[in-house]
Design a protein. Structure first.
Lengths: 529, 370
C-alpha cells in the first residue's frame, strides 16, 4: 500500500503524472482524499530541486587497490564513482525495477527473444567533447566479453554470442532467448567509454553528469558538474567529493558533525543511537541482498532432504532479523527472491521457526551427531553471532550444530562454495532469471548449494525466453517452490540498505536495485540548507 | 599493537649486529671484549687498520652492509609470508565475484602461473635496479604511489615527533626534579593513563570533544594534493595529538628512570655538595650520562610513528602508508606489499643505527672501552 503511494508520489516528482491522474489513482488505491491532496502537494513541492553546492560523501568499501577501469569495479566506492561519470545503455526504474532508457533510447526483441536491437541516443557527448557513436558502444561491450577480459560483468555477458552494429543501431545476438536482456545491461561495469575504453580504461571519460577531476584510490575522489550533460533531471549539485572512510565510527562522527552529507553502511547496532542526532536522517531501503546458510545438496549428510528440511525449520528467522539486523531487514523464505523483483510469486507460505517439525524431520533423516557449520565475520556482518543464535534455536529442536569459526582471510576461496555447510552473502541481481542462473543452475560456477536438478534447469531456460508474463510468473513460482522445499538454501533474512544523511540532503530516491540509491545517490540528490 | 610494534623488530636488529658478528674491539658497544683482541694492529688486514683508525666510519660501513643483508632477508620473508596466505591475488582481488575465466585471465596477465622462485627472482632483479614494478591491482607505478603515501606518513610522524620528544624529555626531567611529589605524580598518572588507553579510543575521544561537540577541529583528517600547508596542519591536529599522547609516556618514563639511576651515583652527590642547583645537576651532569637508553627509546618511538600507526590512520581517515600496505596485503598485491615492507624495515634499521651512533658519540666511554 505505502509502496504503491510512494511509487505514485515518485511519478509526480518525475513529472510523469499530473494532479488529476495522481488523485484518481491514489483514491482508487484507498488513500483518503485529504491525505492524497497533501501527498501530491509535498511530492510536487519536492519536484523542484535546488542546484548548486558541494556534496560530500563519506563511504566505506574503497581501498588503495581500487581501479577506475569499469571492468574492474569491485568496491562500493567505485560503484558510486562509476555511476557519476558514466552511463550504461539501460537503467532500472528505482521502484519497480523495470528497464528504462539511458544511452539506449529504445529496444526491441525478436520473436524468440534471442536477437535484440537497441536504438542508440543521438547528440550525446563524452567528457572529452567527442560524440557518442555506435562504434563506442560495440567496442565497450566487446571489451567486457572478449577472451582476455577480466571484467566483473563477464558472467552477465556470457550469453551474448555476437555484438554488432546495424547502421546506427546495436544488435545483440544471444546463445538462447532472454526476455530480461535489457536489465542485464544495467550492470554497473558496463559503462560506455570512448573507443570502448581499450586505450585508457581508467581515464574516467564517460557521458555521465559529472566529470572526474581527481582520483586518489582509497583516499578521495572529486568530480565536477558536466555542463554538457544530456539529461536535465539529474546532477543537481555543482561538485562531489567522495572520501573513503572505512571506519564505522569515523563515518558517524563525520556525519553528525556535519563534515559530510551522506554516509553508507550504518551499523544496525548503532543506528538507533545515530537516530537521536538532531541533524541526521536514516535512509533505509529494502533490498535484494540476503544472508544465507548454505548446504551442499550432493554431500553427506546434507544429501538427505529431511535433514535439510529439519535445518530449515530450526531457523528462528524473526529473531535473526531482530538481532543480526537490528530490525532493518525482512524475513526470508528459503528462496532467493523477494517482492522487489518483477514477477515475484506472491502467496507462498512463510516458513516459520518450528522446533517440532524440525525434530520430526531430523528423526526421519536418521542423522545423528553434530552438524558442522563453518562461518566467519566476512561472510556477512555479524555472521558468527548469527551462527551461534542458530545453534541455540536448533538445540531446542534436538539438533546439535557445531559452529566453527574460520579465518576471514581466504574465506571466499577456501570455505564458501567448497565446504558443505557454511554462511554466506548474496547481493541481489537485476532479475529472477539472473539470480537463479548465477547460483542455482546445475552448470553455474557459483552453484554454492550444489543444486543439481535437470528439471529445474529446464524450467529456468524456458522461462528465460518466455515473453508471456503470466506463464513466466507461473514458472518462477515452480522454481521458487523447488528451491524452497528441496534446495540446500536456508535464507533467514534479506537485509535493508541502511545509509544516513544530514537533513540538508533532499530528493533521496529509495532504489530497490542496489545500495546507495543503486549507486546514483550523488547524481540524484540536491542540497537545501 | 602499539606496544608490540616497536619492541620486536629493532631488538633483533641490534642483537644481530652486536652479538652475531665479531666486531673489532674498538667499536664494541658492550666493552667486554676478550683481552686477546688487544693485539689488533699486528694481524693487519686493511679493514682492521681502517676500523682502528676510524672506528665510527667502520661501524657505519659495517652496519650498512648488514642492513642490505637484512633487507634481503625481509623481502624473502614477506614473499614467503604472502605466498603462504590462503588464496592468490586473482582469487582474493575478485573475491566472491570471481569467475574461473576472469581468474585465469588475471593469472596469465600477471604471470602468476609461473613457479614461485622464478617470480621472486624476477621481482628481485627489478628491485635491485630500483624498479619496484607496478601494482597488480591498480596497474600504476608502485614508486609513484608510495611516494605520496610515504610523504603523508612522514609529515604526520614529523609533527608528532617534534612535539612529543622535547615534551617527553622535559616532563621526564621535571618529574625527576619533583620526584615523589605532586607534579611527578600528576605527570606519571596522566601519561600512564594515556598509554594504557588503546590509541583508537584516545582518537575517538578527541574526535568526540573537538570535532563533534565543540566543532573546532578538522575531521576527517584526509589530506590531498590541492591542500594548502595551513589546511594540512589543521587537518593533522587531532591525529598528531593522539600520537603524542600514545608515545609520550614511554619516552617520559625512560628519561625519568635513566636520570634517577644516574642521580644515585657519586659524582652527582659531589655536585650536590658543591651547592649546584637541582636543575643544573640534572641538565649538566646527569642527563648526558643518561642519554643512551633515552635515545634508544626515542628511536623506537620514532620508528613506531612512521610504521605502526595504521589504526590512527583508519580512525582519522588519514591516507598514510599503513592503510596502503593493509589494503595491498588484503588482496595479496605483492609488489606493493614488498615495497612497503622494505621501506618500513629500512626505517627501523636506519633509526636503530642512528640511535647506536648517537649513544656512542654522546658517551666517550663507549668509544674508548678499557
Amino acid at each position: 500500500m505505502t509502496e504503491y503511494t510512494n511509487y505514485l508520489a515518485r511519478q509526480v516528482m518525475l513529472g510523469k503524472m499530473n494532479r488529476r491522474e495522481f488523485m484518481g489513482r491514489a483514491l482508487a488505491a484507498g488513500v483518503a482524499l485529504s491525505t492524497a491532496g497533501t501527498l501530491f502537494a509535498t511530492s510536487a513541492q519536492a519536484q523542484e530541486p535546488k542546484r548548486g553546492g558541494n556534496l560530500k560523501l563519506g563511504l566505506e568499501g574503497g581501498s588503495a587497490t581500487d581501479s577506475n577501469d569499469p571492468a574492474k569495479f569491485l568496491s562500493q566506492v567505485m560503484f558510486c564513482i562509476g555511476r557519476c561519470w558514466g552511463d550504461m545503455l539501460v537503467e532500472s526504474e528505482p521502484l519497480t525495477g523495470q528497464p528504462v532508457p539511458a544511452l539506449a533510447e529504445s529496444w526491441a526483441p525478436s520473436a524468440d527473444a534471442a536477437t535484440w536491437t537497441f536504438k542508440i541516443r543521438k547528440g550525446v557527448k563524452f567528457h572529452d567533447g567527442k560524440d557518442l557513436t555506435i562504434d563506442d558502444v560495440v567496442k565497450t561491450l566487446q571489451r567486457h566479453t572478449d577472451e582476455k577480459s577480466e571484467s566483473g560483468a563477464l558472467g552477465v555477458m556470457k550469453s551474448i554470442k555476437e555484438i554488432k552494429a546495424d547502421g546506427d543501431d546495436l544488435v545483440l545476438v544471444l546463445t538462447e532467448g532472454n526476455a530480461d536482456l535489457p536489465l542485464l545491461l544495467t550492470d554497473y561495469h558496463l559503462v560506455i567509454q570512448p573507443g570502448g575504453g581499450y586505450d585508457n580504461p581508467g581515464a574516467g571519460i564517460g557521458t555521465g553528469p559529472y566529470k572526474l577531476s581527481s582520483f586518489e584510490p582509497g583516499v578521495r575522489t572529486t568530480l565536477e558538474k558536466n555542463a554538457d550533460d544530456w539529461r536535465t533531471d539529474r546532477g543537481f549539485v555543482d561538485s562531489i567529493e567522495i572520501i573513503n572512510m572505512n571506519d564505522a565510527t569515523a563515518r558517524i562522527a563525520a556525519l553528525s558533525s556535519g563534515q559530510v552529507h551522506y554516509i553508507n553502511r550504518v551499523d544496525p547496532k548503532t543506528v538507533n543511537l545515530l537516530k537521536r542526532a538532531p541533524n541526521v536522517e536514516i535512509l533505509s531501503t529494502s533490498g535484494r541482498g540476503h544472508y544465507v546458510f548454505i548446504m551442499h545438496c550432493n554431500t553427506a549428510p546434507f544429501d538427505n532432504v529431511d535433514l535439510r528440511m529439519a535445518l530449515k525449520y530450526a531457523m528462528d528467522r524473526e529473531n535473526m532479523v531482530k538481532t543480526s539486523l537490528g530490525g532493518y531487514g525482512k524475513v526470508g523464505n528459503d528462496f532467493p527472491i523477494n517482492e522487489t523483483y518483477a514477477l515475484f510469486p506472491e502467496g507462498i507460505e512463510q516458513r516459520a521457526y518450528d522446533p517440532d517439525k524440525a525434530a520430526f524431520h531430523y528423526k526421519k533423516s536418521g542423522h545423528s551427531g553434530p552438524v558442522l557449520l563453518r562461518t566467519s565475520d566476512v561472510a556477512f556482518p555479524g555472521a558468527v553471532d548469527a551462527a551461534v543464535l542458530y545453534q541455540d534455536s536448533a538445540k531446542k529442536a534436538g539438533i546439535e550444530v557445531e559452529v566453527k569459526r574460520e579465518p576471514g582471510d581466504g574465506y571466499w576461496s577456501n570455505v564458501w562454495n567448497v565446504q558443505p555447510f557454511s554462511t554466506s552473502y548474496w547481493g541481489g541481481r537485476p532479475t529472477q532469471d539472473q539470480m537463479y542462473s548465477t547460483a542455482y543452475l546445475s552448470s553455474a560456477d557459483w552453484n554454492d548449494t550444489r543444486f543439481l536438478r535437470p528439471d529445474f534447469d529446464k524450467i529456468l531456460l524456458e522461462a528465460r525466453s518466455e515473453l508471456d508474463e503470466t506463464k513466466r510468473k507461473d514458472m518462477y513460482r515452480t522454481m521458487a517452490m523447488t528451491v524452497r522445499d528441496e534446495g540446500g538454501l536456508i535464507l533467514p533474512m534479506f537485509n535493508d540498505f541502511v545509509n544516513a544523511s544530514t537533513k540538508a540532503v533532499k530528493g533521496y530516491v529509495h532504489d530497490i536495485g542496489n545500495d546507495m540509491s543503486n549507486g546514483y545517490v550523488a547524481t540524484r540528490v540536491w542540497l537545501d540548507a | 599493537m602499539a606496544a608490540l610494534g616497536p619492541d620486536t623488530g629493532p631488538a633483533q636488529a641490534t642483537a644481530a649486529t652486536a652479538g652475531g658478528e665479531s666486531l673489532p674491539q674498538s667499536v664494541a658497544v658492550s666493552g667486554t671484549e676478550p683481552p686477546a683482541m688487544a693485539t689488533g694492529p699486528v694481524t693487519g688486514s686493511v679493514w682492521r687498520r681502517f676500523s682502528l683508525r676510524r672506528p665510527l666510519a667502520a661501524l657505519i660501513l659495517q652496519r650498512l652492509g648488514l642492513s642490505v643483508g637484512l633487507l634481503f632477508a625481509v623481502s624473502l620473508m614477506i614473499f614467503g609470508g604472502v605466498e603462504a596466505l590462503p588464496g592468490d591475488f586473482a582469487t582474493t582481488y575478485l573475491g566472491q565475484s570471481a569467475t574461473p575465466q576472469a581468474v585465469e585471465n588475471i593469472r596469465k596477465d600477471l604471470g602468476l602461473d609461473r613457479p614461485m622462485t622464478e617470480r621472486y627472482v624476477s621481482w628481485l632483479g627489478g628491485a635491485v635496479q630500483g624498479d619496484f614494478g607496478t601494482s597488480w591491482a591498480s596497474r600504476n607505478s608502485v614508486s609513484e604511489q608510495i611516494g605520496k603515501r610515504l610523504g603523508n606518513s612522514l609529515f604526520l610522524a614529523f609533527f608528532a615527533a617534534i612535539i612529543s620528544v622535547p615534551l617527553a624529555v622535559a616532563l621526564g626531567m621535571l618529574a625527576v626534579q619533583y620526584r615523589n611529589r605532586l607534579p611527578d605524580k600528576i605527570i606519571n598518572v596522566v601519561s600512564l593513563a594515556a598509554i594504557s588507553l588503546p590509541e583508537f579510543f584516545v582518537g575517538y575521544l578527541l574526535i568526540l570533544f573537538f570535532a563533534v561537540q565543540l566543532g573546532v577541529a578538522t575531521f576527517p583528517s584526509t589530506v590531498y594534493d590541492s591542500m594548502g600547508f595551513g589546511e594540512r596542519l589543521s587537518a593533522i591536529a587531532l591525529p598528531v595529538a593522539t600520537l603524542v599522547l600514545v608515545v609520550l609516556a614511554h619516552m617520559m618514563r625512560m628519561t625519568r628512570a635513566a636520570i634517577l639511576n644516574v642521580m644515585a651515583s657519586a659524582y652527582v652527590e659531589t655536585a650536590e655538595l658543591k651547592g649546584l642547583s637541582a636543575f643544573r645537576i640534572i641538565a649538566r651532569h646527569a642527563a648526558p650520562n643518561a642519554v643512551a637508553p633515552v635515545i634508544n627509546v626515542i628511536a623506537l618511538n620514532l620508528a613506531y610513528l612512521v610504521v605502526g600507526v595504521v589504526v590512527v590512520e583508519v580512525v582519522f581517515v588519514y591516507p598514510g602508508m599503513g592503510q596502503y600496505m593493509v589494503d595491498a596485503v588484503t588482496v595479496r598485491d605483492m609488489p606493493v606489499v614488498q615495497a612497503c615492507g622494505l621501506i618500513f624495515a629500512a626505517f627501523y634499521i636506519f633509526l636503530n643505527m642512528a640511535a647506536d651512533l648517537l649513544a656512542i658519540i654522546a658517551n666517550p666511554r663507549l668509544r674508548h672501552p678499557r
